[in-house]
Design a protein around this ligand. Structure first.
Ligand SMILES: Cc1cc2nc3c(=O)[nH]c(=O)nc-3n(C[C@H](O)[C@H](O)[C@H](O)COP(=O)(O)OP(=O)(O)OC[C@H]3O[C@@H](n4cnc5c(N)ncnc54)[C@H](O)[C@@H]3O)c2cc1C
Length: 393
């Protein structure tokens, strides 16, 4: 059997390693358009469940991630200049890692088991490659060329999301990670920050389109935009600049596919379903897809129909759950104006429960003191989309 993987992000690399481990006699080649050390973005975070899954699936990779990453389990919120810390509990232990460090780990672990990695190899002619191999795996990210080549057969939809993002790094160490709501004169600007290695943090800045427009970000050069964000978050950056890359502005989209495989082509990771930066789980979702698809090949060998059914049957529920959580989170941010009157503790409470994946009882177990603080406050007129009534749970 010969498998070609298009895309050397976390999903493609993890799949290539796992399938080669399970079927050592097969030829597995991976094609990545970028150089070995090139990547976009700064750090990515893994929460407790993701760590657990990697520990069970591939302990050496988990050890590498933990030793190269930065761990934290407390979350912080800054609203109206006040910082509120919440202990998210051992279930929400988090490890963040520089994206390139993660890719380097997975590349090394792929080569160790005999995967053939081809860098600076952009695949242009998807159909020719499909015909030349037994299986073509599209792991080529949110703008997947593999998916778009067969989009009608896959039944693909790509739904752009409303808010604008800019992704930076900084040498200011945000431990605990802070979610900062900063009221600029032209509207609310949000910074999602987290430390991801000994020397750096990631900063994703989010604005709704009217704020983006009033702030003049559409009209600015990238350098002017960087300077403006540094000015807005100066109080938190401790004099450290924002570090940037050419592709710093991006517009998240929700990708869905009615079918995940067509003939001998199968999609994994962002190519088949995206989540959203605000729940920070895209890497884990992609690695989970990778692992289950590889398991399918382990169980059913070259019987593609059974492999692809195994993959879909074992991933659909989990992937849908994350996508629903992402949509809840997106809604929470898009309707934030309705909650700006909240005091900082109520805002932090509403944030913690926004996706429905953490409930009132779990939060009370993780940080009883925070929940007591919240319960002692007078109830605001509206407590937002998904928050339960005080005292419940
Ligand atoms: C601001 C921001 C913050 C994020 N934070 C987190 C976080 O904290 N935690 C988390 O888990 N996730 C996070 N994510 C999401 C995460 O980055 C993605 O979900 C994840 O990288 C998806 O992995 P993937 O392998 O499917 O795709 P990608 O990582 O996008 O990899 C696809 C690869 O395919 C290559 N490629 C594309 N086309 C071709 C071609 N034709 N030929 C050859 N190669 C090709 C690309 O160069 C790329 O290397 C964040 C994303 C953003 C934008």
């Amino acid at each position: 059997m010969e498998i070609a993987v298009v895309g050397g992000g976390p999903a493609g690399l993890f799949f290539a390693r796992r399938v080669k481990q399970l079927q050592p006699d097969w030829r597995v080649r991976l094609f990545e358009q970028n150089a070995r050390d090139a990547t976009y973005g700064f750090g990515v975070g893994f929460l407790g469940q993701s760590l657990k899954f990697i520990r069970l699936t591939d302990p050496p990779v988990l050890e590498d991630i933990v030793s190269a990453g930065h761990a934290n389990s407390t979350a912080g919120f800054v609203h109206r200049g006040e910082t509120v810390l919440v202990d998210a509990g051992s279930d929400s232990e988090a490890v963040a890692i520089e994206r390139i460090a993660l890719l380097n780990i997975l590349q090394r672990r792929c080569e160790e088991v005999g995967v053939e990695l081809h860098f600076e190899s952009r695949v242009e002619d998807i159909e020719s490659m499909r015909q030349a191999v037994d299986v073509l795996v599209g792991a080529d990210g949110v703008n997947s060329r593999v998916r778009t080549r067969y989009q009608e057969k896959f039944g693909s939809t790509v739904e752009p999301q409303r808010n604008r993002f800019a992704w930076y790094g900084t040498e200011r160490l945000f431990d605990p990670p802070l979610m900062i709501f900063e009221q600029a004169e032209f509207g609310l600007v949000i910074a999602h920050t987290h430390q991801y290695c000994a020397t750096r943090s990631g900063v994703a800045i989010e604005c709704d389109p009217p704020t983006w427009e009033r702030g003049g970000f559409d009209q600015m050069t990238l350098e002017e935009m960087d300077a403006k964000f540094e000015e807005i978050f100066a109080a938190y950056l401790g004099g450290k600049p924002l570090l940037s890359q050419p592709l710093r502005v991006f517009y998240p989209a929700i990708v869905r596919n009615e079918r995940w495989s067509v003939d001998n082509v199968v999609l994994i990771g962002d190519a088949v379903h995206t989540v959203h930066p605000s729940i920070g789980s895209g890497t884990r979702v992609g690695m989970r897809d990778a692992s289950v698809l590889a398991e399918g090949f382990g169980e059913h060998g070259a019987d593609l129909e059974s492999v692809f059914s195994y993959y879909r049957n074992n991933r659909q529920f989990g992937a849908d759950l994350f996508q629903r959580a992402a949509i809840q989170s997106i809604k929470w941010y898009e309707t934030l104006e309705d909650r700006l009157h909240f005091d900082p503790v109520t805002m932090a409470f509403s944030y913690m429960l926004r996706t429905g994946r953490v409930d009132y009882a779990r939060l009370r177990r993780a940080d009883p003191e925070f929940v007591r603080r919240y319960e002692s406050l007078p109830l605001p007129e509206s407590i937002g989309l998904e928050s339960p009534t005080k005292g419940a749970g």
